[in-house]
Each structure stands twice: as structure tokens, then as C-alpha cells.
Design a protein around this ligand. Structure first.
Ligand code: GDP
Ligand code: ADP
Ligand code: 5GP
Length: 212
């Protein structure tokens, strides 16, 4: 993390729908103290079991549009015909408090965040092991209609085309291996000099103040 008083690391995870982004992000956050997921605003209806304020803030299009007009979104995008957006005030408050913040967003959103906060975000793209596995997972999740699944599969290629805009690529074949990869990335990013200059501020001061 360079400059500014924002001390947490901003993470972006993107993937074609069904690649396992939500499952992996959830497991990563559960295993990582000081890492929280940003709860997006969306105009799509909740899936069975999804909880308002936990999975998403579900809002009508008018509310979403008004928020966008007031500039409250760090990024926003239309995905599968629905509006999705990230609350900038929430994200900033987390980062200022020293908490890492994870954004589960699509490639359009990732691009906007990189433009708005250059050099600040670390981005990870999740690859499904194969097209067949992706289709199987979308069906297996059992939460979308066949029409929606077909639309998501068609959109998967569009999303995959943007893999090269990301810092890291993780294949989600065996879940535990993919999770371990994510944890390695998080660990390594916290050892970067830029972050350590903040985390080890006092130690560095003591060491450098040593005379002889
Ligand atoms: P959604 O956001 O509502 O789709 O919820 P998730 O994608 O987070 O789904 C969580 C589910 O994923 C759990 O019920 C797990 O059983 C399942 N899951 C996580 N890892 C694996 C895995 O490696 N293999 C399989 N078959 N299922 C998994
Ligand atoms: P996304 O958030 O990218 O749309 P999900 O996390 O909802 O994806 O995962 C889609 C489906 O695939 C879910 O039913 C999930 O349980 C399953 N899944 C995730 N990772 C794996 C994996 N490594 N192996 C098999 N199934 C998986
Ligand atoms: P889903 O409806 O399956 O939860 O999400 C569909 C897509 O919308 C995914 O590709 C996801 O990354 C994206 N998405 C979810 N929240 C946001 C957000 O706040 N901003 C953007 N740009 N995309 C989002």
C-alpha cells in the first residue's frame, strides 16, 4: 500500500460466475483476521437463503441510481442486466481503520477501481478448471433458472477475456488448494516493504535509531 493514511490493503477478486469466487472469498475472510468483505449494492432480487446486508444490500433501481448520481459508488457496473455497486464511504472507512477490504466484483468494476485508486488495489482472478466444470457448478448451485445459467455461461467468456488485467491468477480446481493459494497471496502482500513500513513502523524506528 503506497502513500496516504489508508492502511488496509484493498483486494479485488473477480471470476466468471460459478468459478467459486463467493465460496473462496467467504473461506478466505473466515480464515483471515483483519479482512472484511465489502457488501455490494445490487438491484437483482435475493436468491433463496441470501440475507439482506450480509450477501448484498438489495435495493430498487431508483435507490441505486440515486446513489450513483450522488457519487457514492467507488465503482458500479451492469452485470447480467442488474446494477451492482460498491460503497466508497464504507470501503474508505475500513482502509483508514487498518482493515483489509475485499471486493467481489466483475472486471468492469475492477477496472474502475484501478483507475480511481491507481496502484492501491491488489487484484486476483479466479479461473474455473474447465468450461464443463463451470457449467456443472452453476447448475449444482441450484439457485438460478436455466435461462439465467445460459446467460451467465455466455458472459463467462467475456469475463475470462479480461484475465490479463489482474495481478494474480488462481485456479479453483480443488477448493482447499485454491484457498491456500489465496492465503499465500495475502500473506506475501503483507510482507511487502510498503505495508511493512506501516506495520513495522516502531521497530524500524528503533532499529534505525540505534547508534553503534
Ligand atoms: P452462494 O454464494 O449462495 O452460491 O454460496 P457459496 O457459493 O458460498 O456456496 C457454499 C457451498 O459451496 C457450501 O455449501 C459448500 O458445500 C460448497 N462447496 C465449497 N467448496 C466446495 C468444494 O470443494 N466442492 C464442492 N462440491 N462443494 C463445495
Ligand atoms: P461465484 O461466486 O463465482 O458465482 P460460487 O462460489 O457461488 O461462485 O460457486 C459456484 C458453485 O460451485 C457453488 O455451488 C460452490 O459450492 C461450487 N464450488 C465452488 N468451488 C468449488 C470447487 N473447487 N469444486 C467444486 N465445486 C465448487
Ligand atoms: P451474482 O449475482 O452472481 O452475485 O454476481 C454477478 C456478478 O456481479 C459477478 O460477476 C460479481 O463479481 C458482480 N458483482 C457483484 N457485486 C458487484 C459490485 O459491487 N460491483 C461490480 N462491478 N460487480 C459486482
Amino acid at each position: 500500500m503506497t502513500g496516504g493514511a489508508e492502511r488496509g490493503i484493498l483486494w479485488i477478486i473477480s471470476a466468471p460466475s460459478g468459478a467459486g469466487k463467493t465460496s473462496l472469498a467467504r473461506a478466505l475472510v473466515a480464515a483471515t483476521p483483519q479482512l472484511r468483505t465489502s457488501v455490494s449494492y445490487t438491484t437483482r432480487p435475493p436468491r433463496p437463503g441470501e440475507v439482506e446486508g450480509t450477501d448484498y444490500h438489495f435495493v430498487p433501481m431508483e435507490v441505486f441510481t440515486a446513489m450513483a448520481e450522488r457519487g457514492e459508488f467507488l465503482e458500479s457496473a451492469r452485470v447480467h442486466g442488474n446494477g451492482y455497486g460498491t460503497s466508497e464511504p464504507w470501503v474508505k472507512s475500513q482502509l483508514f481503520a487498518g482493515t483489509d477490504c475485499l471486493l467481489e466484483i466483475d472486471w468492469q468494476g475492477a477496472r474502475q477501481v484501478r483507475e480511481r485508486l491507481p496502484g492501491q488495489a491488489v487484484s486476483i482472478f479466479i479461473l474455473p478448471p474447465s468450461v464443463a466444470a463451470l457449467a456443472e457448478r452453476l447448475r449444482g448451485r441450484g439457485q438460478d433458472s436455466e435461462t439465467v445459467i445460459a446467460r451467465r455461461l455466455a458472459a463467462a467468456r467475456e469475463e475470462l477475456l479480461h484475465y490479463d488485467e489482474f495481478d494474480y491468477l488462481v485456479v479453483n480446481d480443488h477448493f482447499q488448494d485454491a484457498l491456500a493459494d489465496l492465503q499465500s497471496i495475502v500473506h506475501a502482500e503483507h510482507l511487502r516493504r510498503g505495508y511493512q513500513e506501516y506495520a513495522q513502523h516502531q521497530r524500524l524506528k528503533n532499529l534505525l535509531g540505534m547508534n553503534g
